[in-house]
Design a protein around this ligand. Structure first.
Ligand code: MLT
Length: 208
């Protein structure tokens, strides 16, 4: 059975009920503190909701189990995606933020579960910023993501996420109707200042 409780941080904006909420999803080995500063700088007037992934790989929290690097346990991914969707809905009621204004910001493993949310639970997210994401799974039927804004950024020299994989994700989301921007930078898997700025500019131009 799913359990919608996650260890998390919630930081309300002054205009809590009308503000967008950034759903911050950390990478493997991270926690709920990791992306708070990033989220605050990305969209200063947003609420921040930052859960800690419940799956442990050794001592490293993740959002779903994997069998090897880049090889995902698809049953667990499906289950955890559903559980995360329930968490968001439950927290919207508990903290009284608008459930229709949730924008995921995920890095690496967190970006992968955010992509999975888009594919499996498309109504949970208003938009998504996917930093160094890969295709989490290929759905039998594409969801309807018509007009949903998605910002993807990737490193051409990323040793964990092959550029073709990010390109495939962009294509998949685009086929589902999402309004996808794919931003390339020359580096590897680390977040670069330049892609942070690109994500910030992209967010600032949208009216959530
Ligand atoms: C994953 O397992 O989600 C990806 O390989 C990214 C990561 O290393 O966490």
């Amino acid at each position: 059975m799913t359990d919608p409780a996650f260890i998390h941080r919630f930081v309300p904006a002054p205009t809590l009920a009308t503000a967008p909420t950034l759903l911050l999803l950390h990478g493997t080995g991270g926690n709920e503190e990791d992306l708070l500063d990033l989220g605050q700088s990305l969209l200063p007037d947003a609420n921040l909701l930052s859960p800690r992934g419940k799956v442990l790989e050794g001592a490293m929290p993740r959002f779903f189990r994997r069998l090897a690097e880049g090889v995902f346990d698809l049953e667990d991914l499906k289950f955890r995606t559903h559980e995360l969707a329930e968490f968001v809905t439950t927290m919207a009621q508990a903290y009284r933020f608008n459930p229709h204004k949730v924008v995921a910001v995920g890095y690496s493993n967190g970006a992968n579960i955010a992509a999975s949310l888009l594919l499996q639970e498309p109504n949970v997210l208003r938009a998504a910023v996917l930093l160094h994401a890969m295709v989490p799974f290929v759905p039998n039927t594409l969801p309807d993501l018509t007009g949903k804004p998605v910002f993807l950024s990737a490193g051409r020299a990323d040793p964990i996420v092959a550029p073709e994989n990010t390109q495939q994700l962009a294509t998949l989301l685009g086929q589902a109707g999402a309004d996808v921007v794919l931003h390339w930078q020359p580096g590897g898997h680390q977040l670069s200042r330049e892609e942070f700025e690109a994500a910030r500019t992209w967010l600032s131009k949208r009216d959530f």
